[in-house]
Design a protein around this ligand. Sequence first.
Ligand code: ADP
Length: 460
Amino acid sequence: MLEEQLSFHTELIERIDWLLRLRWLAVVGTLSAILVASGLFPGVLPIGPMVAIVAAIVFYNLLFLLYARVLQADAAAAGRWRRTLLFASVQIVLDLLALAALLHFSGGVENPCAMFFVLHVIIASILLPRGMSFAVAGFASILFAALALLEYTGLIPHHPLPGLAGVGLHRQVPYLLVSVLATVTALFAAVYMASSISGQLRTKERELVRSSKAAAARSRELEAVTTRLRGIDEERTRFMMLVSHELRAPLNTIYSVLDLATGGYASPEKSQEMLLRAKQRVTEMLKLINELLMLAKAREEEFKEKERELTQLADILQDVVKLMRVEAESKDMFLGVDIAPDVPSVWVNPDRIKLVWTNLLSNAIKYTEPGGIIVASLSANEGFVRGSVRDTGIGIAPEDQPSIFSDFFRAKNARQLSAIGTGIGLSLVKRIIENAEGRIWLKSELGKGSEFVFELPRGA
Ligand code: ADP
């Protein structure tokens, strides 16, 4: 509503500007007509009062021009539109009064220039709201009828047009009736038509503004989507480059091993040893490819309806720990489980959660020196089920922590401890947790140990 008022206000100010310029034209036109009439019929019309009326028009138009400047300066101020509306109305009323006075000194109802009343009400319809335009038509009708009546009754003198002196049209009741009736009808019909047209135009203009605003919003949305798509595309390219890079190193090793073995440069024992090394690299590559496939699947699941079910994380954790215990014990580690009673179920894909526990526990075993302690725990709070894997391992340097969940990232201390690793596991874990509307974070101190914690919304 406020916006509509503002646009109406700006439009009104522009149109008032136009009216002010139009008035100069009317002044020039009227003066020329007076000059021509006095030249052709000297002494017939009272030139003095007519020129005085034109001078008054010039005077008030100058005042209006000054006031219009003030209005323009704060056109944007909401609520000021009533003042501008009043300004336009005052101008129209003064113009009507000036026209009536000019008519009075130039034949009154005899003067065909009475039709200029119609022009004024059309101007009113362009400037003002519909109701006010009809009020202006009413006022013009009253002025014209009053002029006819006052001259008819002789309350004001009649100044006949040249050639009409003695005819006394202003005393002919039928003529007066027809003339007043025709003028009043023309005035109201003109307001009806002009205000309908200008109303329609106003609505169309408003619609245009609205639709151009909607188009601008849409193009902004489109821009955002394009930026997002560009980001996804860049990420994909970066990912492909990383994958190629990761696969190239083991393939190079395998190639040189096979080259040596098939070239007959090495003894059978040496060849056997090299082939075993190549096999080891192939196993690593298969592991990497498997993890990459799982990661791709996890990414795809973000867009698909996920196959989730109400799952007890505790059961899965117990299963995984059972499998991991052998490996932990072989490294002389203590692997403990701490499951709080009555942990609620969560909505997840059980296979994916198994991957989460497996990855976190195997990392803990891999990055902890023999003799260390690993504890997996499960608990619940208000809205979440919380899982964690804590170890007394090598820890993660503060500068590495922000990159820990990125694809292919491996910290320097981890590389030194274990040459085998893809840097994909944690990235996969994070995807799985986030796909299930959860979150994951870590607490770690270099040389002391790490804790990976995740939370999933409780399902029941
Ligand atoms: P990978 O273990 O194959 O290198 P991950 O994605 O599982 O790949 O882990 C990424 C990196 O995060 C590891 O290389 C290591 O630097 C660090 N990291 C993960 N878990 C631990 C842990 N429990 N203790 C210390 N560092 C860890």
